[in-house]
Design a protein around this ligand. Structure first.
Ligand SMILES: Cc1ncc(COP(=O)(O)O)c(C=O)c1O
Length: 412
């Protein structure tokens, strides 16, 4: 498909015949941008005639699919079936809150257990398109395990640089899928820099989040899916948990493309849900100062980001979608996780629970209408981080294998 790249910051345009990462004009070195949010991330702009043709085929009865909006064709979709995740109508939560149009999009149901499969699917497609067999990246968790999963499905070599302190379950998962996992005695930024050096030295594709524009582009598939699941309609409001701001921007981009194609009239309000202990994007949106924060320390490790890799674009899209940012405490995140498990049967990781917690807070403050069509995007399964729930629930003590013991337990 015909497309071009446009820099989010300077607006310079680039052709798409080569693999492109950040805008060479305005992206600085990490040292330059220590306090400022990183500049130069690229937006993938699809050909407008092509988008218009999608409207014609939709009028003629053909449903659009995420693949219709992807810059590269996804090979053998059935071998790594990403997306088409369940849209849950949480009966008990609806009756308790009175929000009749509330739906939960459970992206923990993706092949590797998180939303990150959406980006990995398109980066794998990019690799196949360019005849590359190796993909390198830095990650602290879900992106790494998603890329490793895609690598296993497609037979691609995945080189994964991780800070040695990364969560163990997600690392084990990546090793299990057969990725070459390289723990680094340093920070995520060190791992990021090494992954870029690796691609310079040995070739292949780099999948670092936001650095490779296809990570944003792949994530937009959720919006096209939602459009179909809602009967060719956009919702009014979408809650998204935010760290680097790439998922947020992907969600926006999907609705943007649907609007450009003439399939929807309005982009939903997209709400940026953050932990108070990791609020760089929320703070930048509130103050208008596009700076990083000194440190991030939320228990929701997947959204613990002090220097967001896609902060500028996310802040821009919060404004363009007429959304806002909602910050909640870590305690509220963990109780949101528990509530979704107990009242909807959905077990998600703490980062994903931030979206539900933010919805709860906004509902209490009456920031959203009870008739709105609301999507809460649940980005990852809870099974990868069982330690998080050990602080909120305990396994009961064992009883003797006797009827007496059961009677005693039930006070009879
Ligand atoms: C489960 C989950 N939720 C939310 C996020 C936040 O996404 P982003 O960093 O693109 O804002 C991540 C990122 O790792 C994630 O793994």
């Amino acid at each position: 498909m015909k497309f071009k790249y446009v820099c989010n910051d300077c607006g310079k345009e680039y052709g798409s015949s080569d693999i492109m990462y950040r805008c060479p004009v305005c992206s600085g070195t990490p040292e330059d941008s220590k306090d400022e949010m990183q500049k130069g991330n690229l937006i993938t702009v699809l050909d407008s005639d092509y988008l218009a043709s999608l409207k014609t085929s939709s009028i003629n009865g053909k449903d659009v699919t995420p693949s219709d909006f992807f810059p590269y064709p996804v090979p053998d979709i059935a071998s790594y079936p990403v997306g088409n995740t369940p849209l849950i109508k949480p009966k008990r939560l609806i009756s308790e809150t009175g929000y009749t149009g509330l739906l939960l999009k459970n992206d923990g149901a993706n092949p590797s257990g998180s939303f990150k499969d959406r980006a990995s699917q398109l980066v794998a497609a990019q690799a196949v398109h360019f005849g590359e067999n190796t993909i390198a990246l830095a990650s602290t968790g879900n992106a790494g395990s998603a890329m490793a999963c895609a690598g296993a499905a497609y037979g691609l070599d995945i080189i994964l640089f991780v800070p040695e302190t990364a969560p163990k379950a997600k690392l084990l998962q990546s090793v299990l899928y057969g990725a070459k996992v390289i723990p680094v005695k340093g920070t995520y930024d060190d791992a990021f820099a090494l992954s870029i050096e690796y691609t310079k030295l040995f070739g292949g594709i780099n999948r670092n989040t936001a650095f490779n524009p296809m990570t944003i582009e792949g994530k937009k598939s959720v919006s096209i899916e939602l459009y179909n699941q809602l009967g060719r309609k956009a919702p009014d409001v979408v809650y998204v948990p935010v760290g680097d701001g790439v998922i947020y921007s992907g969600v926006y981009k999907g609705f943007f493309d649907l609007k450009e194609a003439g399939l929807i009239e309005k982009i939903p309000k997209i709400i940026c849900a953050q932990s108070k202990k990791s609020n760089a994007i929320s703070k930048a949106w509130r103050t208008g100062e596009l700076t990083t924060i000194a440190s991030a320390s939320t228990r929701a490790d997947s959204i613990s980001v002090a220097s967001p890799a896609n902060g500028r674009m996310a802040v821009r899209y919060i404004n363009e979608s007429e959304g806002w940012a909602t910050e909640i405490s870590d305690e509220a995140i963990l109780s949101a996780q528990l509530e979704l498990a107990k009242s909807a049967g959905v077990f998600i990781e703490p980062a994903a629970a931030a979206a539900w917690g933010a919805f709860r807070k906004d509902a209490e403050e009456k920031k959203i209408s009870k008739d709105d069509s609301i999507i809460v995007l649940l980005t990852g399964t809870g099974f990868k981080d069982l330690a998080a729930v050990e602080t909120t629930v305990t396994i009961p003590s064992s009883i003797e294998p006797t009827v007496e013991a059961v009677k005693k337990l039930f006070n009879t």
